[in-house]
Design a protein around this ligand. Structure first.
Ligand SMILES: Nc1ncnc2c1ncn2[C@@H]1O[C@H](COP(=O)(O)OP(=O)(O)OP(=O)(O)O)[C@@H](O)[C@H]1O
Length: 304
């Protein structure tokens, strides 16, 4: 699809790096990197420590300037959410910090507060929203780091090791949040070490070695958050609303007296449980085919 748009000259991308070189203390740490990030795609950057992933994210964010080459934003402006690798334990509460960053970004106060409440709930941080962040653990700080970037539905999310410090449940919750962002058109570029996130979210994986993109994988069958089709009877509008709003449900279409749900692989158990708990019945589950999970593992092995 993206290639067809490109052939027709309609695909300018959100942000484009051309032959960019980044230098620190006279040493090239990125060499002639060219990369186009398109709307709604998710790119995973993998590679050893020190290979240049964070530097590349900072260049894409426009936080650092290349020594040579160009960074262009064809649309003129871009709303960017950036999650740095480390987030300082500041003395504000999450609510004070997040509502003021939303105000600085010019987000509508009421809509921003509603969205922040949802994100705090999704990442299980509601209980700590009025606690000063200098008392937070690494994982708690990371969740606030993520929420500040995601709030306001940016065009481009740049995530530096987003799963860092998160427990298993928080990782799963974050994955759902990211897939929902992606479905709404947000592009994501993330540096990752965990194959789970790559397999379930990434459309492209770039292997970085010593400041160069040395390998790129792209596989049509390797769909983001590959979906399974669930056919179910759902009793009543309340149950329907709850199921349709589940972050793992990509689509919910009526088909005579049943509903066809497109459900992310990782959410199937949860969604089926909700349907049954609400008195509904499941008629069939057709699994997604051909997630090439081994591709992520192969590239991870190459990165080591
Ligand atoms: N501010 C800086 N000053 C000098 N050198 C830097 C600076 N930032 C990064 N570097 C160097 O640039 C290279 C790439 O670093 P970068 O942080 O981008 O790697 P990375 O792939 O993100 O590593 P990690 O997986 O450990 O986060 C490294 O050699 C690093 O030492």
């Amino acid at each position: 699809m993206a290639d067809k748009r490109e052939a027709e000259g309609r695909d300018d991308g959100l942000v484009i790096l051309r032959d960019t070189v980044k230098t620190y203390n006279g040493r090239n740490v990125l060499h002639n990197i060219s990369l186009k990030v398109r709307q709604g795609e998710c790119i995973a950057l993998i590679g050893k420590n020190g290979s240049g992933k964070s530097t590349l994210l900072r260049l894409l964010a426009g936080l650092s300037r290349p020594a040579s080459g160009t960074r262009t934003v064809p649309g003129g402006s871009l709303r960017i959410g950036y999650v740095p690798e480390r987030f300082p334990p500041i003395v504000f509460t999450p609510w004070e910090f997040l509502s003021s960053t939303a105000a600085v970004r010019g987000l509508d106060k009421h809509a921003a507060e509603e969205e922040l409440n949802v994100l705090l709930r999704q990442l299980d941080m509601e209980h700590a929203m009025h606690v000063k962040m200098n008392q937070f653990s690494k994982g708690m700080l990371q969740k606030i780091n993520l929420i500040q970037a995601i709030a306001g539905k940016p065009d481009l999310l740049l995530l530096d090791e987003p799963l860092s410090g998160l427990d298993v449940k928080a990782q799963e919750n974050l994955l759902h949040v990211l897939l929902a962002q992606k479905r709404s058109g947000t592009a994501i570029v993330m540096s990752v070490h965990e194959s789970k996130l790559i397999e379930r979210a990434a459309d492209r994986v770039l292997l970085i070695q010593e400041g160069r993109i040395v390998k790129e994988s792209r596989e049509e069958r390797w769909q983001p958050g590959a979906v399974a089709e669930v056919s179910a009877r759902i009793p009543g509008p309340e149950a329907l609303a709850e199921i349709a709003a589940h972050p793992g449900v990509a689509d919910c279409t009526p088909d005579s007296d049943v509903y066809l749900l497109q459900v992310e692989e990782g959410s199937i158990d949860q969604v089926l449980r909700i349907i049954l708990d609400r008195g509904g019945s499941v008629l069939s589950v057709i699994p997604a085919e051909g997630i090439d999970a081994r591709m992520g593992e192969r590239l991870q092995a190459a990165a080591r």
